[in-house]
Ligand binder design. Structure first.
Ligand code: ADP
Ligand code: MG
Length: 699
């Protein structure tokens, strides 16, 4: 039995009631408690003798109360509680302002600890408003308990439920006292030696109660030996799980590996409407390389908006279909699914392949017909929303799944497919480049292809941030662009599609623009609560140039492709995230015209808002934007959802501890390659991984 699994109920100072309280905040075992790490530390030093005290410094002293009481002052209602404290070297005054209740707390002969700053007053040296601890007992064991909170570097925990930092300190102290001197260590000795890590037992003690003399900068940088050790442990176990997940996928076999013949190459060339960029060619080669292997492909294609991912996906689809395998192509929204459908149908016009669009909006009867054809294998390519995977769509022989513009659900969808006993090739495409730091974590089990090159003949988008007060100039500018034949988007933030207030704002804006600002032009409105066919009509009309201005909510965020749209105004730009704004502006600059993105913001901007807008005006490189976004928001918010594949970490920080994560990855691979080390690790991770990291498991 692992002593760390002992229920907290059996810990000294915890009865059934306290245990229930702790359980409510997720603390059940000693491990739960000990792996709830301090968020910071306070240096309350070691005890100093009263004779050695100097003004200006902070000090902890331990002594006996000689006398104490409330002293009135000349100011009415202003009271001072005063104490005289003595140790074997001398005595000192301590004062507290306006805390008369302290007369009920202190009395002469008590042994107390005071911690605070020393001031030189007209009465001599004194402690002002110090923190205090009253030692209740002469029993040395209990006295130690009581001195936990001062006279040393003390851990500070986040308060949770009824558990205060002080209570946790006491419980952790008991727990550490109760643990055996030796603890099983999940880190193999070889790894520990190579990484120069202290052992687990010592690390657990010292991460909570750092030894005297540990530099505070080290602790606050999370670089003290004990911290490094527990962070590494966390990352290492995480990476073991990732590597296992990956290796598990490697023993899977897909229905059939593809072959690529000269005829297939020729058929692909016939479909291509333009010359591929170097990066597109490279990505296609990597993807097709995977498709030829017996293991299912598990690849992430990263390419900034407009880098031309669709054609890459289509080439992969074509290879699968030429091999008599079916393809499912999933987009995050119905509009995008339709757009892909239209693009791909046009490109495949002269081929023998049949495709179908299947979304939530497809009528039940039509859906049943299509499903029958999919099952019979007479439809080769199905384009739809992620309902494709959730619905029991039976394929005749599904060979390739393409998931577009989504980093959020890739992992889940693969799990869903696998649960249905399907092991097709999976290609996930994202326009939000994933910073290296996170790639190792969120996608540690994926291969990646990166396209940084843009198709030729594009002007970079010029991005300008302006306060709302300059609106008139902007409208004038838009008017000139329309006169030149261009089209414009006006984007409204919509936090949730169901938010009526925002929707009203967008609707009113459209009316206002149509009537007052651009009466001579045609203004359309598009939002997520419109019926599917209404959306289609509006989007189609805009694409055909029948609207000059399209007022829209963020439903146009990803993928929409109208080459003549050269201006975008983003209203309330301060409300959007950095990556989201970058995605949005990728809707313009898709044709041969010089394009503009105008970010209108409401003053005053806060610090973060200013940084975001600045980043956007300074660069159009999606990879750089992603790095900055990560710095600004932190990894948790970068992806936004828990399904993102970002683990819940107890102490490690993906940004701060980036290097440790890379080391952990390397060590995890090495350890798993060694049968002797691997066996206990695999057992450990199978038992604890999902629960620990809150991710789809390895089992
Ligand atoms: P994204 O990567 O954002 O999904 P798309 O696949 O929608 O980009 O491509 C953006 C636009 O660029 C489309 O109009 C597409 O036809 C065009 N395009 C893609 N690749 C090339 C290329 N190699 N040469 C010229 N145009 C291209
Ligand atoms: Mg796209």
């Amino acid at each position: 039995m692992d002593p760390l699994q002992t229920p907290l109920q059996y810990l000294k100072g915890v009865g059934p009631r306290r245990a229930a309280d702790l359980q409510r905040v997720g603390l059940v075992t000693l491990e739960d408690l000990l792996y709830r790490f301090p968020i910071r530390y306070e240096d309350r030093g070691s005890f100093e003798t009263i004779a050695s005290l100097r003004p200006g410094a902070a000090a902890s002293i331990i002594g006996e109360v000689v006398s104490c009481g409330v002293r009135p002052t000349r100011r009415p209602r202003f009271k001072i509680f005063e104490m005289l404290l003595r140790d074997r070297t001398g005595s000192i005054r301590a004062v507290w302002f306006n805390q008369p209740f302290l007369s009920d707390v202190f009395h002469p002969h008590q042994r107390v600890i005071l911690y605070g700053k020393l001031d030189l007053s007209s009465h001599g040296l004194q402690l002002q408003n110090p923190q205090y601890e009253i030692l209740k007992s002469d029993d040395p064991a209990e006295a130690e308990d009581e001195t936990l909170h001062t006279g040393r570097i003390v851990p500070v925990y986040e308060k949770t439920g009824t558990l205060t930092t002080k209570m946790q300190r006491v419980l952790v102290h008991h727990a550490l006292a109760q643990l055996p001197a030796e603890l099983a260590d999940p880190l193999p000795p070889a790894v520990r030696a190579r990484q120069r890590l202290i052992d687990r037992r010592q690390a657990l003690t010292e991460v909570h109660f750092p030894p005297a003399g540990t530099p505070m900068e080290e602790l606050h940088g999370f670089r003290a030996p004990a911290q490094r050790r527990v962070i590494f442990e966390e990352f290492f176990l995480f990476q073991v799980g990732m590597v296992l997940r990956r290796r598990k996928a490697d023993v899977e076999r897909k229905p059939r590996a593809v072959v690529v013949t000269d005829e297939i190459r020729e058929s692909a060339r016939r479909v291509l409407p333009f010359k591929l960029t170097g990066d597109q060619k490279k990505a296609i080669a990597e993807i097709v390389g995977d498709m030829k292997r017996p293991q299912p492909m598990n690849r992430l294609l990263q390419g900034d908006v407009g880098s031309g991912k669709t054609i890459v996906a289509l080439m992969a689809a074509l290879v699968a279909m030429e091999n008599n395998l079916q393809v499912a192509f999933m987009a995050p929204t119905e509009i995008l699914a339709e757009q892909h459908f239209i693009t791909i149908r046009r490109l495949l016009e002269h081929s023998r392949f049949r495709l179908a669009l299947l979304t939530g909006a497809t009528a039940a009867r039509k859906r049943r017909e299509m499903q029958a054809e999919v099952a019979a294998g007479s439809i080769h390519l199905v384009i739809g929303t992620h309902a494709l995977v959730q619905d029991p769509v039976a394929f005749h022989e599904l060979g390739l799944v393409i998931i577009d513009e989504q980093h959020r659900f890739g992992v889940m969808q693969r799990a869903t497919l696998r649960a249905k006993g399907l092991h097709p090739d999976v290609l996930v495409m994202t326009a939000t480049p994933i910073p290296r730091t996170l790639a190792l974590t969120a996608y540690g089990d994926l291969d990646t292809s990166i396209m940084r090159e843009m198709p030729p003949g594009r002007y970079p988008i010029k991005t300008i941030a302006k306060p709302e007060s300059r609106r008139d100039e902007i409208y004038e500018f838009v008017r000139r662009q329309i006169e030149e034949g261009r089209q414009a988007y006006v984007v409204y933030p919509l936090v949730e599609e169901s938010s009526k207030v925002d929707l009203k704002a967008a609707t009113e804006m459209a009316d206002h623009l149509a009537q007052d600002i651009f009466p001579a032009y045609r203004v359309g409105l598009l939002h997520g609560r419109m019926k599917q066919d209404a959306k289609d009509r509006v989007m189609g009309a805009f694409a055909r140039g029948e609207f000059d201005v399209l007022v829209s909510t963020t439903v146009i965020e990803v993928g929409i492709d109208v080459a003549n749209a050269a201006v975008m105004i983003v209203e309330h730009a301060e409300r959007f995230g950095l990556s989201q704004l970058h995605q949005l502006r990728g809707r313009v600059g898709r044709g041969p015209h010089k394009s503009f993105c105008i970010l209108l913001y409401q003053s005053p901007l806060n610090e973060q808002g200013r940084e975001r807008l600045k980043a956007l005006t300074e660069t159009t490189d999606g990879f750089e934007i992603a790095e900055r976004d990560l710095q600004l928001r932190g990894p948790g918010d970068f992806f936004g959802t828990r399904q993102s594949g970002i683990p819940t970490l107890r102490i490690g920080d993906l940004l701060r501890d980036h290097q440790l994560m890379e080391d952990a990855r390397r060590e995890a691979v090495t350890a798993l390659d060694d049968a002797e080390q691997a066996a206990p690790l695999v057992a450990f991770v199978h038992g604890a991984w999902e629960q620990r990291f809150g991710l789809v498991g390895v089992g």
